[in-house]
Design a protein around this ligand. Sequence first.
Ligand SMILES: Cc1cc2nc3c(=O)[nH]c(=O)nc-3n(C[C@H](O)[C@H](O)[C@H](O)COP(=O)(O)O)c2cc1C
Length: 200
Amino acid sequence: MIEASADLISVPPNPYDLFRSWYDEALADERIEMADAIALATCNSLGVLSNRMVLMKSYDEQGVVFATNYASRKGQDLKQNPQAALLWWWPVLGRQVRMEGAVDRVSESESDQLFNDRPLASRVAACLSKQSSVIKDREQLLQEHRKLLQKGAPTRPNDWGGFRLRPFAIEFWLSRPSRMHDRWHYRQTGQQWQITRLSP
Ligand SMILES: Cc1cc2nc3c(=O)[nH]c(=O)nc-3n(C[C@H](O)[C@H](O)[C@H](O)COP(=O)(O)O)c2cc1C
């Protein structure tokens, strides 16, 4: 475990090393359900904000990938304003991670892979659901889902796929006694990450 502690020198120069260490610990901790759950905040072209939970599908030094319906509210926000903020909160570890960055669609082949990795019923649901649109009748939707399931494996619809957030800022927050929490802020400057410590 990398425990960023006494001073900036003990913090790894690459924020992904600290993220990997914290995320792996969260995944391994049996008290934590859905360590991969992230709050995703978006903002449309009028400056109207919205947020919701999504699941992290993967991450590497290129960024963080999540999957959704491109025509959903978040999809439309990201089309108008391709920037977003992500937040993980692991209460039993007293740790929060925030990322801010530009968002773009992953490649078609990556989206196909994300789609094909889902259980059949979820793939069918992704085909059926016009996410964030108003529905008249939930029962009808359930019936259509049952009917489509009989037809076997669907191909990925065009409006479903992955997004990748490429962070330019990453902040780690560690709970400490007496509200004297630790915060490390990484900001990308060219190939380097500039590290600062923030007041709690
Ligand atoms: C724990 C959790 C994980 C979720 N994961 C996803 C996800 O990976 N993709 C997704 O589209 N919606 C996911 N949802 C549903 C979203 O929070 C949201 O209701 C939906 O995407 C519609 O959001 P929008 O109308 O802002 O686009 C998840 C919800 C919860 C509570």
